[in-house]
Design a protein around this ligand. Sequence first.
Ligand code: FE2
Length: 282
Amino acid sequence: MSEWPLDQYDTNGFAVIEDFFTEEETNELRESGLELCKNAPENHRQTFSTKDAASHLKDDYFLSSANKIHYFYEDGALDGDGNLLVDKRVAINKIGHALHVLHSTFKKYTFDERVKNVAKKLGFKKPSIPQSMFIYKNPKIGGEVKPHQDATFLHTVPISITGFWIPTEDATLENGCLWFIKGSHKHGLDRRVVRNTNPNSNELLVFDNPPPKYSQDLFTPTPVKKGSLVIIHGLVVHQSESNRSNKSRLAYTFHVMETENVKYSPDNWLQLPEGEDFPKLF
Ligand code: FE2
């Protein structure tokens, strides 16, 4: 594992630790992601896109996924009835959001000592893991992810959400690596998305503000090798382009949050059923 980049993290709002997992371990994560995709259920196909994260949701399949393994498809991969328009192997956008609880391989790597050590160095006292995802970003169809802050989606008071992002294939300029606005974690939270409580609206989620306009000149591309760990501050603005290449960009990701003197916002989209708690990292 390369030198601990805490200074970079504080300055930029993100940091890369290369060779975080070995090649063999990274391949195990990758194979687990591919296996899930292969065994995706035939029913209940639903798309996922950050373009209109609120309006595309037709039912609570997304909202009820906090303690399940649910499958979300690329925009353009399904017809209006949920039938596949493209090859099943490239149709899925992501799978989530309880892989770290329900899947033995993802659980093993999420609760790995190396992950715990990073969380300790970041200053977490009693961290929990609210969600995990396997993201496919498949060749030609893997969609862009618009500029956002993760705390927009996973809000706590005070802000404590931190992304752990592990590509299981090299993330490059061509296949849709992450891009960051360095230092943007210092400007505060731009907006939130919450569950919609308006009974007269059929949108399940609502944003409290329109998306801010960021100049593309501000973004720095961050290609990383497979098996790296990218640590993402909950307030740093980041994005990724669509995958226009012939190679996938598979990645496993989860979020860590503090629970000591921190409140998980009750109107966040991601909620467990009454009586259940997000698992503690340590
Ligand atoms: Fe993000």
